[in-house]
Structure formats: C-alpha cells, structure tokens
Design a protein around this ligand. Sequence first.
Ligand code: URA
Length: 291
Amino acid sequence: MSDGERNFSEQEAVAALLEWYSLAGVDAILTEEPRDRFAETKDRLRAKAEAGEAPAAREAQGSPAPTRNDAPTPARPQVAVPDDVAVASARDIARSAATMEALREGLNTFQGCNLRITAKSVVFGDGDPHADLMLIGEAPGRDEDIAGIPFVGRSGQLLNRMLAAIGIAREKVWITNTVPWRPPGNRTPTPAETEICLPFVARQIELVRPKVIVCLGSPATKAILRTEEGMLRIRGRWLSYSYGEKPEETVPAIPMLHPAYLLRQPAQKKLAWRDLLAIRAKLDALSPSGA
Ligand code: URA
C-alpha cells in the first residue's frame, strides 16, 4: 500500500460510491433490485452462440436455448422507432383523442420516445382542462417524475406563488410540459424528443382552448412559438400561437422566464413581475369577469 492509499471499510466504500453516483447526476432509483447488465448480455450472447451451434438437436429435444441458471431474462425496454415514424404516430394518437382523458390514455400507450425508458412516470398536464390560462414548461424534474404531476418541486412552488400574486390559483390553470417524461439527469430534451412529443402538447392546447398561453423558459418558447430568439430578448413580448389545422385561429402567447431560472437569478424576478402583470391585464381584457 503506498502512502496515499488506505483501506476503506465496506460502509465507507458504499458511501463513496453513492456520493459518486450523486455527483454524476444519478439521483433516483429506477428499479428496486439491482440488475447486472453485463451478466445479462453475456447470457444472451452465450445462448445465441449455443443456439447457433446446435439448433436442430435442441429443437429435436424440444428444449429452449439455455440461460444462466435458467433464470428468466428480464424484459428489455422497447426502444423507440425512427423519429419521423414516432412523430406520425404521436400525431395519430393525439388527433384521435376527443377528450383530455383519452389523450392521457393515448400518451400512456405511446412507445415512440426513448425518454419514457428512464422515467418513472408519464407526467401529463394538470389543473383545469377548461382554463383561460395555460402554462407550458420544459420537462418534468425529479420531484415531478416521482409525483407524476408537473411543477410540484421548488420551481413549481415558486410558480404557484407567482400565480397567486396576480390572483390566480394553480388549480384554475392548465399546466403542462413540452415533454411528459423526465430526461435523465434533468438534461434539456433534444430537438428530436421535443418534436416527437409536440403533438401531445398541441392537442392539449386544442382541447383546453385557453385565452392566453405562457411559455416558461427557452425550450418551451422555441418549441411552441417556433422562434430562436434568446429568452432575455423575447420574454414579455406578445406573440401568437396558431392551431395547426386552423392557422387563422390564434391564441395570444407570451414567453416568460422559467421559475427554475428565477430561483438561480432572483434579481431577474422584477422582469417576471412585469410579465405577470401583462398576463393579468390580458386576461382581464379578454374575460372581464376574471380568470
Ligand atoms: N420544470 C419544468 O419545466 N417542468 C416541470 O414540471 C418542473 C420543472
């Protein structure tokens, strides 16, 4: 043992491993039991090789290809289909959903996005499906993945307070995300993942038919409003969202700084406050009886 080395107890080694996982962004358990994927791959390759060597003899005896200890190989998650096929399938499922519940069920059956493999839950929209105000965020985080509900973590709590500050209860709005699954390690969804999931968001907008849409943060703004402008330039500007099949019908939409960004940059809350006042004024003008 050199000077810099020391023996770790088993407990210390486990603690160090967990800390290393945590630093690498592994912060949620996907299954209760550990899986040895190296052993699974070895078993599969061995079974394949053996099946290739003597298929006729085995078939004659009516026995299946062997696996280690004859243990059943755990079902492998189905990996998604090519992107354009996935987008077409998402469109078909979304379009055929006549109600929010049907859309939720359709999304539960959708296999076209690989994000669902690592996520615990499908985080569908939440709130009042007849709301005047609809908010669209980026993607569920850890807390949302555990709860299966959007915006329930720290940024969700800030969002609730922001809405309350302009007299709107969270239950009175419809809140959703551009993608309904938590991306691993909270990374930003890729453009392909966003495109695949977009028909489900578009259908939620069609079903809610809100008077005002708020896009929270850059990924939602880019995806929904089809713009590449930076958030600090575009936030607070009124734009229009067009329904796909009736482009002449539009909804006023405003990009706003994401609450997670405001938690990191509290000095920018003054900009968010301006946007909240603009949203309140727009809702009052469009439905004078109140949101
Ligand atoms: N951030 C988001 O964009 N969406 C959530 O649901 C939670 C955090």
